[in-house]
Design a protein around this ligand. Sequence first.
Ligand SMILES: Cc1cc2nc3c(=O)[nH]c(=O)nc-3n(C[C@H](O)[C@H](O)[C@H](O)COP(=O)(O)OP(=O)(O)OC[C@H]3O[C@@H](n4cnc5c(N)ncnc54)[C@H](O)[C@@H]3O)c2cc1C
Length: 383
Amino acid sequence: MIVQSPVKHCADVAIVGAGIMGLAHAYLAASRGLKVVVFERSPRASGASVRNFGMIWPIGQPHGRMHQLALRSRARWVEVLERAKLPYWPEGSLHVVYRDDEAAVAREFTELADDLGYECSWLNADQVLARSQAVKSDGLIGALWSGTELTVDPRATIAGLPGFLHEHFGVEVRFGCAVRAIDLPAVEAGNERWTVDRVIVCGGDDFETLYPETFAASGLTRVKLQMLRTAPQPDGWQLGPALAAGLTLRFYSSFAVCSTLPALRDRIARETPEYERWGIHGLVSQTALGELTLGDSHEYGPCVDIFNREEVDDLILGYIRGFLNAPVMNIAQRWHGVYAKHPEKPYLAITPAPGVRIVTSPGGAGMTLSFGIAEETIQDMGL
Ligand SMILES: Cc1cc2nc3c(=O)[nH]c(=O)nc-3n(C[C@H](O)[C@H](O)[C@H](O)COP(=O)(O)OP(=O)(O)OC[C@H]3O[C@@H](n4cnc5c(N)ncnc54)[C@H](O)[C@@H]3O)c2cc1C
């Protein structure tokens, strides 16, 4: 039962959550001329969308539908970043390899890439070092190079997009305004009552507050990731391509097509079971302030441990030190982030009531896929 408040507010579409999923949906709905309001319960978004690497990472998506979705999403990202005058670095990515079994996977993938629709190539050690000053040369065999990845600064992007959406499209973004009840056409948010035609719920790992039964039946779990950030690098020093390494080849499902992958997996599990236990791989991106974002680990389960494990940070750092050559390696910030993940589906779109769509759990690829998923939602809802 929704209580009437004296002021009447109306919109075509209400969006719950000002993380990247909510903002991407707001952009696409508003671009179609719809009147959009976004509700964010926190004074500023502080969920997964500001805690990540800012990597728009098509190379990690399995070939076919998801890779194509990631490429469409990337194109939208560039369009929005240009229009909003937000910084981004379209520098591509390097998966650097130091072991023969890693090189075998990277090489095999580049041989399959053309047929699968990826644009990437194998670089030998000299070619890698010519492309990046941030890679250690000792023992380097080569790298898988891909030009489709770009990096954004998640804090600057998620802080900057609401203002852009408001100025260009009149999108209302209400911060500190939790949506408490949806009973179309009524939405109760903070102390306001809105009348809207449709609602898109992009609450990240939390939609159980609004739809507890739907959440319980969704099969979703949560994933906790530990992250670190260096102090800023010296002026003028640039990371260039974002970096990944051998452990990542066994992490993203794009590489599952490689017949050489099982041997790499076996060796990693045998030699370094601690990486398996905590789901560790090594990624490096750079922020607008010149810091390097380093991570990550993966702990699965509905209940997230609020305490970070120093052991996990040490393992992440130890691994990254093996391939990263950066002038400043002292750690200035540590945190963890959480996202929702479905065991099989790349993301969930659920209709809990007519006119309401829950869009969530793009897993570890929500930055990459956000605008592509939003396009699918808008089309599917007939907006
Ligand atoms: C550490 C880490 C690193 C990652 N790195 C990458 C990466 O480099 N590239 C990539 O593609 N993906 C990455 N991801 C995944 C990506 O960050 C997430 O998939 C994505 O941010 C999810 O966006 P979201 O908008 O669904 O969720 P969130 O960012 O969590 O936003 C949800 C928002 O909804 C709000 N909300 C919830 N309920 C309500 C309510 N009732 N009323 C009002 N507001 C509400 C919350 O306050 C929150 O701000 C990473 C994730 C983590 C945690």
